[in-house]
Design a protein around this ligand. Structure first.
Ligand SMILES: [Zn+2]
Length: 490
């Protein structure tokens, strides 16, 4: 079973589809000579969308080319690259966007570790489904895979609302509940048959891609088998193999598709914690090279989440705010954050960040560039938000020494391939969903230009990022102690 490709066009978003006059010139459709529809904008019934001039980021080639013209049909798919006159039917209503000379249109970002949940009060993570999606979308993140959910039913409800066009946010590929001790009501005595039945249930609820965390080999194996029978993928936050966890080498032998955070493998010792060992890993060591070969030989994707540790330590180089992120939280949450005590695992996490940069670069240099994906893994604690973290993660790849063009692939087409959705999303090509971002500047020259999001396009519907952010500002989290228990319930 593949993700639904035939879901209804997002209806009801017409009134929220915004044209930004500063950059989007509504012009007359070149082919028809007809004036643009007065009441129509992209996303309306029967309205075509065209983007001309400026630049286009070809992520596959790693090049920025003069925009040849992008034609989006009313169903939200890219009809063709080329002159609109050759592709838009005569007389059709058109929303035409003319890009500036220093604007680039690139594929929407795909975050494969996009927590919608956050821990704002210190009482545990809850899924924030009302405002966080706006922040993801405003940042040009058009597809999110949460990689583990604490309240999977809430995420399925969010997905349904997004697909129906009732709420605005990125495409949500649900990951269902965790498989392993991270699931709040996980039963370690679960049999293989019970794991398979559990998978069947969540597949019946619309989950295709799954996440294991804190799972033992006897649970990961039936998980992978059953999910593969359903046509999905499994990713894992794995460990050394000690204390009921599974080593990545064992999970790869079982056929796991993707691995989160660290490559692990024979480098790790079941007796010791994963991070203290991984932090000291020597990338020229035979055990390290062995695990890299395992990934390469089996085409296992690696979701590097290089920046995940920085949210548990002091901020490192180049990650300062470019937007008032704390301002998206309620004044009460901002107060809680100000009163919070200093972080305790600071050194371990700072080292981990450095180790992740070194090992991800070594994996890349060994030929793993086609297998690295982008994941933010930032369950917010009230300071930073996942949508913005996508740009920090892209930046971190380049700080690690990886070429900018490759980092941009990690955040787009590689993520699409990892989900088996590369015929749907991940690049700007005919037949794919029109998931695109117009940014100011050249992202190849400086990857931080991806932060200059000026228009977001999801399935052909236009969004003004400033307007999306404005709706979220000051809204995230409880407004006082009395709301601790139910601020996230909608
Ligand atoms: Zn995570």
């Amino acid at each position: 079973m593949r993700p639904s490709h035939s879901r209804p066009r997002r209806s009801g978003t017409t009134s929220r589809a915004v044209l930004i006059s500063a950059l989007a010139l509504l012009s007359i459709a070149a082919c028809s000579g007809d004036p643009p529809s007065q009441e129509g904008s992209a996303g309306s019934e029967g309205v075509w969308l065209t983007l001309e001039s400026g630049w286009l980021l070809d992520v596959e080639a790693g090049e920025r080319i003069p925009n040849p013209g992008i034609v989006v049909s009313p169903d939200g798919r890219i009809e063709a690259l080329g002159a609109p006159a050759n592709h838009v039917p005569d007389g059709a209503a058109v929303t035409a966007i003319l890009l500036d000379d220093d604007q680039t249109v690139m594929p929407g970002l795909i975050d494969l570790h996009a927590h919608h949940n956050m821990n704002l009060t210190g009482e545990g993570r809850v899924e924030e489904t009302r405002y966080n999606p706006l922040v993801f979308l405003a940042n040009g993140v058009t597809t999110t895979f949460p990689a583990g959910e604490y309240e999977p039913e809430l995420l399925l409800t969010l997905r349904d609302r997004l697909e129906a066009g009732e709420w605005d946010g990125p495409r949500l590929i649900p990951s269902g509940p965790y498989y392993g001790r991270t699931r709040p009501d996980w039963d370690p005595e679960m049999t293989a048959e019970e794991v398979r039945e559990d998978v069947d249930y969540w597949v019946s609820r619309g989950v295709t891609h799954f996440k294991a965390k804190g799972a033992a080999p006897e649970h990961i194996e039936p998980l992978i088998q059953r999910v593969h029978e359903h046509g999905g993928t499994v990713t894992g936050h794995l460990d050394s193999g000690g204390r009921g966890s599974t080593n990545s080498a064992d999970a790869i032998a079982m056929g796991i598709d993707r691995v989160e955070h660290i490559l692990g493998g024979p480098v790790l010792d079941p007796e010791e914690g994963a991070y203290p060992v991984w932090n000291q890993v020597d990338t020229t060591d035979a055990a390290f090279r062995e695990v890299v070969e395992l990934f390469l030989d089996n085409d296992v994707y690696f979701n590097a989440t290089i920046t995940a540790p920085i949210y548990l330590t002091e901020l490192e180089e180049g990650f300062d705010y470019w937007e008032d992120e704390p301002g998206f939280f309620t004044p009460y949450v901002q107060e809680l954050v100000a009163q919070r005590e200093a972080r305790t695992r600071r050194d371990l996490m700072s080292e981990l960040y450095q180790a992740m940069k070194r090992t991800t670069l070594a994996f890349y240099n060994a030929g793993g560039g086609h297998l690295i994906t982008m994941g933010t893994d930032n369950p917010s604690q009230g300071e930073f938000l996942g949508g913005f973290s996508a740009h920090r993660e892209l930046h971190a790849f380049t700080l690690a020494g990886i070429p900018t063009a490759s980092a941009l692939r990690f955040g787009t087409i590689n993520g699409a391939r990892a989900l088996g959705m590369d015929d749907e999303i991940g690049s700007i090509a005919a037949g794919k969903w029109a998931d695109m971002v117009v940014i100011r500047g050249d992202p190849l020259q400086d990857i931080r230009n991806t932060r200059n999001v000026e228009t977001v396009i999801l399935e052909g519907t236009l969004y003004d990022p400033d307007e999306l952010l404005e709706r979220a500002r000051g809204q995230i989290g409880p407004t006082g102690p009395e709301e601790h228990d139910d601020w996230y319930i909608w």
